[in-house]
Design a protein around this ligand. Structure first.
Ligand SMILES: NC(=O)c1ccc[n+]([C@@H]2O[C@H](COP(=O)([O-])OP(=O)(O)OC[C@H]3O[C@@H](n4cnc5c(N)ncnc54)[C@H](O)[C@@H]3O)[C@@H](O)[C@H]2O)c1
Length: 348
């Protein structure tokens, strides 16, 4: 894995970088075309860019959309020296990076993440892929972008659900890695998110934390597993919601539930104190809408967890915390304990 630069509110080097390629392809969806392309265009000075447009949404993060992207690259004569620019949220970043990395055995790509979630999490660390057979991110690979350009100008058009979705990953960063950051996160006034600089301060810290972790362990053999806190149960709930709800949960909304459940598991097994468990649960419950998790579906959620990529030796693999700011990886729990954690979420 190569080192790459992450630029915060700084597009000054983008033209030099992208003009070194034979042709440029920009992947976007209907929302990022409308809201983000005009912002990016203010900074671009290039002869021509080929736009590849896809439909937004997790339900389109699949092989059919990849075929459309690969076909466009072929028809527009992309070659090994072409560049893909991913302009959008985590769906565009994961899928655009995957298509670029597999087209003609790999062309370069850069990420311009436009949601809070993709700025603090999805765009960093080279995990690329698509959903398959109702399972999240089932097909994919690791490959880093050539650069990432993050700008708070993109926040202006994000609605509060999208902001909160990204906030769940910010919360996770505090819980696993940095107790001072957790204090700052708790103090941040989320009703005043019009203050783009406040949000950008959090983005900066989260980017630093995630980048430090993935540089040490790019292929998730060890410390990178810390970033999975909240994601074992969270991913299963996200998949369940995608399959069953008319308005499915967003990624971060599912992770927020996972953070509560996995904090509970951390309490029962890893010495997380009752006080800290309460602190985490109360804070998350105070900012996220309650999800109606019915007991009748608990086993379906456990079934989904048994397909999780993180599992080893047929055991469902969890990351826990033993106190706020400190994690422990490779934890296993019985189905009974997992069900207890779902009950715990439901008890509020
Ligand atoms: N690769 C990783 O390490 C990693 C980490 C976390 C999440 N993910 C993946 O990221 C995806 C979720 O990403 P997401 O939350 O960004 O969702 P998303 O990509 O679906 O974007 C959310 C919505 O916001 C719209 N949008 C994007 N930017 C906008 C803007 N500035 N203004 C208005 N609308 C805008 C998009 O069109 C979309 O409708 C999931 O597929 C998840 O699996 C990947």
């Amino acid at each position: 894995m190569e080192k790459y630069n992450i630029y915060l509110n700084d597009f000054s080097s983008i033209n030099k970088l992208i003009n070194s390629y034979s042709s440029i392809f920009l992947l976007l969806d209907q929302n990022t075309e409308k809201y983000c392309l005009p912002i990016l265009q203010k900074y671009l000075d290039v002869k021509s860019i080929n736009l590849i447009k896809i439909n937004s949404g997790e339900e389109n993060k699949n092989i059919d959309t990849c075929c459309h992207i690969w076909k466009q690259l072929s028809e527009l004569k992309a070659d090994r020296k072409s560049l893909m620019i991913n302009l959008g949220g985590g769906v565009i970043g994961d899928m655009g990076g995957f298509c670029a990395s597999t087209f003609k055995r790999g062309i370069d790509f850069i990420n311009i993440p436009t949601t809070l979630l993709s700025q603090v999490d999805a765009s960093i660390g080279g995990k690329l892929g698509i959903d398959f057979d109702n399972l999240k991110n089932q097909i994919g690979l690791f490959n880093d972008p050539k650069a990432i350009f993050i700008s708070n100008e993109f926040f202006k058009t994000l609605d509060s659900r999208q902001i909160l979705s990204g906030y769940a990953e910010i919360i996770k960063h505090g819980l696993i890695l940095d107790s001072d950051y957790w204090q700052l996160i708790k103090k941040t006034d989320l009703s005043n998110m019009n203050n783009l600089d406040t949000l950008m301060d959090l983005v900066k810290r989260s980017v630093e934390l995630k980048h430090q972790v993935v540089l040490q362990d790019p292929l998730e053999k060890n410390i990178r597993k810390s970033l999975n806190f909240g994601h074992t149960i969270g991913h299963a709930i996200e998949t369940f919601s995608l399959m069953n709800d008319t308005v499915p949960l967003l990624h971060g909304e599912s992770i927020a539930i996972g953070l509560i459940c996995e904090s509970y598991l951390s309490y029962v097994s890893n010495n997380l104190s009752k006080n800290e468990l309460n602190e985490i649960t109360n804070f998350i419950n105070s900012i996220y809408k309650k999800y109606n998790l019915q007991e009748i579906n608990y086993n379906k959620i456990i079934d989904l967890m048994s397909n999780d990529k993180k599992n080893e030796d047929n055991n469902i693999n969890f990351t826990c915390i033993n106190k706020i700011g400190s994690f422990v990886i490779n934890q296993n729990f019985s189905n009974h304990e997992i069900i207890d954690s779902l009950h715990y979420y439901n008890s509020f």
